[in-house]
Design a protein around this ligand. Structure first.
Ligand SMILES: Cc1cc2nc3c(=O)[nH]c(=O)nc-3n(C[C@H](O)[C@H](O)[C@H](O)COP(=O)(O)OP(=O)(O)OC[C@H]3O[C@@H](n4cnc5c(N)ncnc54)[C@H](O)[C@@H]3O)c2cc1C
Length: 410
């Protein structure tokens, strides 16, 4: 099937890279594809790492996007456990960590992101963990034994999901957040308040406005989180979940434009027509909002994989999608469509106290910019359609439960 004379090299065998390889074959690319991934595993989904992996419901087999036989059958050359260490744009080659040099005609950077590190005393102690890979999740799972006390530093999605999983497993949990509320960067105050209450009701302690000064240890193992106000929160394991930084160093090293992510267009192309970039490592156009941004989500990884594969295979560009994301915590499924740029008003559909509601973020002219739906998938699906169509609605219309979502989205 493969003609080595035209060669696509994909750097990073994660959700975006693995999906791009698959889509290239689906769209008819018949020539060589090599997928290089630093992790030893086949491309896999990360969302279960903070959820089903910790509870023991997920295995490596259930995580992988496709089995090894698929890649072999599709003539996709897998180079796993290897890192791309250098790119030569003039010679069109990449160098791998085993010193092998591969020529490319088209390069796709799908290097993802990595957890942000906190430079503070004690971060080198055993039991101070982060959560990005299966190896990280396995270490966290092992630490969540009966009697464990987990301190989660950072009240973002991954921190809250891990906290929910740990409580379900019976661990004591304290969430330490620097901002005045959890999810401060990504959700509106109403939603933050709802999740804060939900986690507290399930027995997690939450410290907001809490500045971490350092980690304390005993015998080389973490034993507490020291706050600026002098308090020490005792723990047997500390999870640092303070966001992710894009792996854009390779792109920078070859002079591609980067700004908190590799800058790409709607075909996922960088400034070099032979180099594409997809997934968490990119900063991309958000055409619905006339802005650019970096998205960290599975739907974004899939959308950009499709954009790149379509451009490479000469297929029509896929229609831009409404950005979306989900997060599972306890029995809550949060689904978010859109981004609340320039929103001036929030319409609440359903009752927050029932744990089944959706928050619609409206711009001043009534355009629905984003929907945050908790256990309300009909509102999420309808909201997505409304956002896609740039439909304008009033708060009264949205909050009227006598009007169905179907009618609102029509
Ligand atoms: C715990 C957790 C929970 C999540 N939950 C959700 C969720 O509920 N919903 C959702 O939409 N999203 C979720 N996400 C985010 C989602 O998983 C990411 O957006 C998605 O994985 C991005 O795919 P990617 O391919 O860009 O990056 P990744 O999946 O991170 O893959 C990048 C790969 O490239 C490799 N790599 C980097 N540099 C090199 C190099 N130089 N050479 C070779 N290989 C390299 C990395 O090792 C990595 O394997 C979650 C993420 C985590 C960590």
């Amino acid at each position: 099937m493969s003609d080595p004379s035209r060669h696509i090299v994909i750097v990073g065998a994660g959700h975006a890279g693995g999906s791009a390889a698959t889509m290239l074959r689906q769209l008819g690319w018949q020539e060589a594809i090599t997928l290089v991934g630093e992790e030893p595993l086949l491309p896999y989904q990360r969302p279960p790492l903070s959820k089903q992996w910790l509870s023991g419901e997920a295995t490596e087999e259930s995580l992988v996007l496709r089995p090894a036989t698929f890649y072999a059958g599709a003539s996709i050359d897998m180079r796993l456990g290897l890192r791309v260490t250098a790119i030569d744009r003039t010679a069109r080659t990449v160098t791998l960590s085993d010193d092998v040099v591969l020529p490319y005609d088209i390069l796709i950077l799908a290097t993802g992101a990595r957890p942000r590190r906190l430079a503070m005393p004690g971060s080198e102690l055993a039991g101070v963990l982060e959560l990005r890979t299966v190896a990280d999740a396995e270490a966290l799972k092992a630490a969540l034994h009966p009697g464990a006390r987990l301190a989660v530093i950072g009240g973002g999605y991954i921190g809250l999901e891990a906290a929910a999983s740990a409580r379900t497993l019976g661990a004591e949990v304290t969430i330490v957040e620097r901002e005045p509320r959890v999810l401060a960067r990504v959700a509106c105050p109403l939603l933050s308040g709802f999740f804060e209450k939900f986690h507290r009701d399930r027995g997690a302690a939450i410290e907001v406005n809490a500045q971490v000064e350092g980690l304390e240890g005993e015998g080389g193992h973490v034993s507490g989180v020291r706050l600026a106000d002098g308090r020490v929160i005792p723990c047997t394991v500390a999870l640092i979940g303070v966001g992710a930084v894009p792996n854009d160093e390779l792109a920078r090293s070859i002079g591609l434009a980067c700004d908190n992510g590799v800058i790409v267009d709607l075909a996922a192309r960088t400034g070099d027509p032979a180099i594409f970039a997809i997934g968490d490592c990119t900063r991309r156009p958000l055409p619905l909002y006339d802005r650019v941004g970096r998205l960290e989500s599975v739907p974004n990884a899939l959308e950009q994989a499709k954009q790149a594969a379509s451009a490479i295979c000469g297929k029509p560009a896929p229609a831009p999608e409404v950005p979306w994301f989900w997060s599972d915590q306890y029995e809550l499924r949060l689904q978010i469509a859109g981004i609340p740029f320039d929103a001036t008003e929030i319409a609440v559909r359903g009752r927050v106290e029932d744990g089944k509601f959706a928050l619609f973020h409206l711009a001043a002219d009534g355009t629905v910019q984003a929907v945050e739906a908790v256990n309300a998938s009909t509102e999420f699906m309808g909201g997505r359609r409304i956002i896609q169509r740039r439909k304008q609605l009033t708060r009264v219309q949205i909050e009227d439960m006598a009007v169905s979502m179907q009618q609102l989205a029509a």
